[in-house]
Each structure stands twice: as structure tokens, then as C-alpha cells.
Design a protein around this ligand. Structure first.
Ligand SMILES: CC(C)(COP(=O)(O)OP(=O)(O)OC[C@H]1O[C@@H](n2cnc3c(N)ncnc32)[C@H](O)[C@@H]1OP(=O)(O)O)[C@@H](O)C(=O)NCCC(=O)NCCS
Length: 223
């Protein structure tokens, strides 16, 4: 089933915050780690100066919030000495009962189009290649872009918002420290939500651990 024709994509409003955090918690629970921290991450991101409120979007099916996407400003310090301003996508989440029906695809395509119109150069993110390679992203390594520690990561992806936007941007990608979530603070935040079973060692957790571990030195450029 494809829901994309029935969806309304709109900006998140403060009245949506609590529901969207629940959506994010439901979507991420036990997927990449036992339990999850992304709902806490979203909760603290919105007040961060690098947060991009114009790209804070949600997907409605009828009256129900089925998914959401947010972005932060980030940058690449290129080997040519130039600092390239970029966007970082995430978290993106779709409620389990609405997954694989085009909601995530619509959230990405509509927010990406808006980002392009706003004049952003490119979107980067760390995520599962099985998903993002089908959404117009390519490995960041394609452009010679590595992480801030100088490592190519299998999970690091990039999407140019206009042709050639990253052509000279080989170097080190830097995202906000807020993505390194304080686990204890996230657990404390999670206690406000109804208890959920925590499962350890799922196939998706093992797959994520493989993607995270898949790094190689950034040898082509001295970024
Ligand atoms: C990942 C997520 C946002 C995708 O949203 P979605 O609405 O389920 O995805 P869509 O229905 O728009 O799927 C678009 C395409 O991606 C594929 N796809 C969806 N989820 C996928 C996954 N987890 N792995 C691989 N491919 C996936 C779909 O089959 C579809 O392919 P097709 O167009 O060839 O049929 C959603 O599944 C989710 O919230 N997952 C849990 C949280 C998460 O993983 N967030 C991303 C963090 S990196």
C-alpha cells in the first residue's frame, strides 16, 4: 500500500512535540540499540542553535501523526581549506504500522526540496545504506568526505542539492555534538513514557553494529 497520495506533510508545531516524540520512540525502539535515545535527542535538539525549524516536518495520515523528520546545520572542512555549510538529516521516524508505505520517502523528498529552495548545498547523514542508497544518497566517500576523525564510514551518506555542490568538498564532515546522546539523560527522559520491553541482540542491532564498525582511513586527502 502506498500512502504518499493521502499524506499531508507540514511543519511541526509546539502542540505536536509530545506526540512526535512518542512516534520517534515507537519507530526506533530496539531497532539500532536495545531501547532507544532518539526521542530524547529530538526533545533537546529543537532548542539547539543549529536546529533548522523550517525543516522540522511531520507527516499526517488523516489526523494521525505517522512520521517526522528534522535537520541540523553541519559543515565540511574541505582539504582545499574551504568550509562548506551543509545539513544533517535525522532523526527521521515513521510509526511501525505506517512503515514501508511511502511515508519516509515523502518526508525526505519534500523536506529535501524545501532545503534546496532555501539554498542549502547538501545533506549528510549517518544511517543504513540499505535504506539511504535508495533515497538519492550516495556514500560520502564518493566525494572524498570522511568523518571528523578522518575515517571513511560505510554509514556516512551525502546528497547534493544541486549538481556539483560537493565536487570540491572532499574533507572532514562535522556534525553537532548533540548527536552523541548522553545515555543516562536519555534513560531518565524515557521514564516519562509508558514502559516498553527492551530486547538485546536483534538482527537490526547486529546490522547497525556492523555498519558502525565499517570504517577505513581517509587516505586520499589529508583533510
Ligand atoms: C527508515 C524509515 C524512516 C523509512 O520510512 P518508511 O516510511 O518505512 O519508508 P518508505 O515506505 O518511504 O520506503 C521507501 C523505500 O525504502 C525501503 N525501505 C524502507 N525501510 C527500509 C529499511 N529499514 N531498510 C531497507 N529499505 C527500506 C522501502 O522498501 C521502499 O523501497 P521501494 O521504494 O523500492 O519500495 C522507517 O522505516 C523508520 O522509521 N524506521 C525506524 C527508524 C529508523 O530506522 N530511522 C532511520 C534512521 S537512520
Amino acid at each position: 500500500m502506498d500512502l504518499s497520495k493521502e499524506l499531508v506533510i507540514r511543519r511541526e508545531q509546539p502542540a505536536d512535540y509530545a506526540t512526535v516524540e512518542q512516534v520517534v520512540r515507537e519507530a526506533f525502539w530496539n531497532v539500532y540499540t536495545p531501547a532507544c535515545t532518539e526521542h530524547y535527542l529530538l526533545h533537546i535538539m529543537r532548542d539547539h542553535p543549529a536546529f533548522v525549524p523550517e525543516l522540522d516536518m511531520l507527516a499526517l495520515v488523516g489526523e494521525k501523526i505517522a512520521g517526522s523528520v528534522v535537520y541540523m546545520r553541519s559543515f565540511i572542512l574541505a582539504c582545499n581549506g574551504i568550509r562548506y555549510e551543509t545539513l544533517t538529516l535525522g532523526p527521521i521516524a515513521v510509526l511501525p504500522e505506517y512503515q514501508r508505505q511511502g511515508v519516509g520517502r515523502s518526508l525526505i523528498s519534500q523536506s529535501r526540496e524545501l532545503a534546496r529552495r532555501m539554498g542549502f548545498r547538501a545533506i549528510l547523514l549517518c544511517g543504513d545504506p540499505d535504506y539511504y542508497l535508495g533515497q538519492g544518497f550516495v556514500p560520502a566517500e564518493t566525494y572524498g568526505i570522511c568523518n571528523s576523525e578522518g575515517l571513511y564510514m560505510e554509514g556516512l551518506h551525502a546528497c547534493e542539492l544541486y549538481e556539483g555542490a560537493l565536487a570540491d568538498a572532499g574533507g572532514r564532515y562535522h556534525e553537532e555534538d548533540i548527536y552523541n546522546v548522553d545515555e543516562a539523560a536519555a534513560q531518565a527522559f524515557d521514564r516519562q513514557f509508558p514502559p516498553k520491553e527492551i530486547v538485546v541482540g536483534t538482527p537490526s542491532q547486529r546490522r547497525f553494529a556492523e555498519v558502525v564498525a565499517s570504517v577505513s582511513p581517509h587516505s586520499l586527502h589529508q583533510g
